[in-house]
Design a binder for this molecule. Sequence first.
Ligand SMILES: [Zn+2]
Length: 354
Amino acid sequence: MKKMAMKQTIIRAGLETLYFSGAYQVMRPFVAGVGAILTLHHVRPARPEQFQPNRLLEITPQFLDEVLIELRRSELDLVSLDEMHRRLVEGDFRRRFVCITIDDGYRDTLQWAYPILRRHQAPFTVYIPTSFPNRVGELWWLVLEAVVARNAAINVHLGGQQETLRCASVTEKRDAFDRLYVWLRSLTSEAELRSAVRDLAARYQVDIAAFCNELCMRWDELANLAADPLATIGAHTVNHVMLAKVSEEVARTEMDMSRTAIESALGVRPAHLSYPVGDRTSASAREFRIANELGFKTAVTTRPGVLFGTHRNSLMALPRISLNGEHQQLRYVRVLLSGAATAMWNGFRRVDAA
Ligand SMILES: [Zn+2]
């Protein structure tokens, strides 16, 4: 089994153990914190293809519905990011809360997620990289998937060496994707990553712009969503860049310009930010400082964790809980919202804002 599949298996085993041992219920009073922010990307019906390396980024409409039914039955409040911010700043922790956030602004947010969210009257935030509705975004992880899916072998320069990656079978495709993905993520600058992906797209005839057109909401579709008081529109940079891999000046411009572009298109100035990719290779102390200097009320990472009262001092480095497409079981959501799984992954450290 390869590294990335192994990682998912270990995560699942941990969640299962915490659930079936009942440990998550024992731990909950100590690790559940005051609330949590959920991360979603795609919400759409499952597809039959065996090779779906980005499947962790999508859940089915049915699973979202089940999660919301569970949340509505629970003692948790479903709140907007503004209300979360108020509760953190004022220390109003009488009731635990959950915020729902959806990254990237895919059209399936409007088509599949929104009707379900509205039925449950659940506030939600959609974080928009403005190059996506502007139709110039590069969804490079989908380019990579397409190159591997459509070819039986790929020639690449990996670490200065020409290599041929076989990708005829599903197993070979998974291995090739993992190697290419790990290599791209290891590059030290966003510019190197983008030029490597553009090179692959050109040599294997994948139309980069097509993904935006096909998958992402236009501004008029975003305006429909934004008109609903349940919806908050957040910033997610212009070009969906890993901010830690660009210069300080570019990082600042990416964060600031996305806010301006959303304001001029939709008439609302985003007060909340999501760092693209959002792990520690994409956002850390420098990005948290810039977001603070730009005056955002909150900014979210993809570092896993629930919220504690002390996060009022780290509003630019909030952790989230991903609804991962590889683990679409309500019992995993129960374990994750109990704080038990992330407490263990984080070594029981509550706030990680470095
Ligand atoms: Zn994103």
